[in-house]
Design a protein. Structure first.
Length: 72
């Protein structure tokens, strides 16, 4: 399953790159692109576990950029 999410308060391109690398390591994530310029995250992950994977994604994003919110 592939979905696009809006991001709020993503501060810099470096943080976006760190988030992208961290999310890519989550089991079940096929691909991820975090765009600082468009403030969007495109994620492709296992459809049967998508909700559980997104919970991990949110936790991971908070570790890298505590102020950033993913609009689910």
């Amino acid at each position: 399953m592939r979905k696009v999410f809006k991001l709020e308060d993503l501060d810099c391109a470096n943080c976006a790159a760190k988030m992208e690398r961290s999310i890519a390591k989550i089991d079940g994530v096929t691909s991820v692109v975090v765009s600082f310029m468009s403030q969007k995250m495109t994620i492709e992950a296992d459809e049967t576990r998508f909700d559980a994977i997104m919970k991990e994604v949110v936790k991971t994003c908070k570790k890298v950029e505590p102020d950033c919110r993913i609009i689910l």
